[in-house]
Design a protein around this ligand. Sequence first.
Ligand code: S3P
Length: 177
Amino acid sequence: MEGIRSHIVLVGFMGSGKSTIGRLLAGALEIDFVDVDNYIEAQENRSIKDIFLHEGESEFRKMETVALKTILSREGLSVIATGGGAPCFNNNMKLIVDSSVSIYLKVGKVRLVERLKNDNQRPLLQNKNETELLSYVKNILQEREQFYRRSTFTLRAIDPPEVLIRRIMKNLTKTNR
Ligand code: S3P
């Protein structure tokens, strides 16, 4: 596809498919794919789980902002998958809106819980039964949507990846950035 002039940043809740869709989209556009969490893990040489455990969430949020700024200021264009909390801290969403085409992958809370209930890697989800997880997702999603909604466009992200990629490509053509 011709005419992409900005990075493309995927935002959305944990489990919304940012990494899966991001990788496929980057392949379709023939540009790089960067997952901010993986980038931090490589820089730190340890897992996000370990960073949360030993440094706490606020240190992780600092690392996340630095990583996002570094990736967004690179010259070559990339599709960038952010962590679910990234747009909601340190004014990161303004940075994303100002320097990229952003896409909110929107998935409802019940489906998110289905996807997340057996997760044993994401530090914010540990030690919760299904009822607790549902109420956590409901509350945090409500808080975070005000940030996600500032994206260039929102995609209802429950269809199969190939369908979503086609829809994104169409939207990108219209967006002209
Ligand atoms: C987080 C989401 C995670 C990761 C960290 C915190 C969040 O990324 O950045 O565990 O605050 O929602 P994914 O959205 O890729 O799971």
